[in-house]
Write a protein that binds this ligand. Structure first.
Ligand SMILES: C[S@@+](CC[C@H](N)C(=O)[O-])C[C@H]1O[C@@H](n2cnc3c(N)ncnc32)[C@H](O)[C@@H]1O
Length: 199
């Protein structure tokens, strides 16, 4: 299931007031808004449009609380993750996330990636070194998960495929998922839904 459909299934009612953090080009925000929800989508590089605002989470000031915060692959970029989660918990009682656990990329997953991508041939060892260098400084799974767990209680969690998203990869979401299910490679994406912890 695409993340847009997943988000729609998790929203408490229609219309829900939804804040998307780190919306990028805005496809998810537009899809959720087209399904009848009241969406605000923020990102320093947000597109023009009535539902979009060019702001970081740190800068954003909400006129009223939301029913849910949605974030797709943006939270691992935010330097002060704990403050970000504290702010999110103030903004809405529900957090719906799709994230990138880049630090789970291992030798078998690198070998699958190399076998399914166009481009220069490199060794698995070199691929692992390049990967580490490209992603250093981004939060990995344990850091994301502990930041979520400090403010939210888990309502849903699932691992899923990630590499199929890269334009250089010629493998489908389904084929990557099948390899994960068979235990041949490691899942690099996860979906999480949390509800704020009461004091
Ligand atoms: C990998 S992109 C994901 C874009 C889109 N959500 C998607 O899934 O395709 C990460 C996005 O997070 C945004 N971002 C990074 N730090 C942010 C912050 N502090 N507040 C809001 N957005 C941020 C970036 O500008 C970028 O558009």
């Amino acid at each position: 299931m695409g993340f847009d459909r997943f988000v729609l299934e998790q929203l408490p009612r229609t219309p829900s007031r939804v804040l998307e953090i780190g919306c990028g080009p805005g496809q998810l925000a537009l899809a959720v808004a087209a399904s009848g929800h009241d969406v605000t989508a923020i990102d320093p590089v947000a597109p023009e449009g009535p539902i979009f605002e060019r702001a970081t989470l740190e800068e954003f000031s909400a006129p009223a609380p939301f029913d849910a915060v949605v974030a797709s692959r943006s939270l691992h970029h935010i330097p002060d993750l704990d403050s970000a989660l504290a702010k999110i918990a103030q903004l809405a009682p529900v957090l719906i996330v799709e994230e990138f656990a880049w630090d789970r990329f291992d030798e078998r997953t690198a070998a699958w990636y190399l076998a399914h991508r166009d481009g220069q041939s490199v060794s698995t060892e070199q691929c692992l070194r390049d990967w580490e260098q490209e992603h250093t400084g981004l939060h990995g799974y344990d850091t994301l998960r502990s930041a979520f767990d400090r403010r939210f209680g888990e309502r849903f969690f699932a691992w899923g495929p990630y590499l199929y998203r890269y334009p250089e990869v010629h493998g489908s979401r389904e084929s990557e998922q099948a390899q994960i299910d068979a235990g041949e490679i490691t899942a690099l994406a996860f979906r999480y839904v949390g509800a704020t912890l009461s004091d």
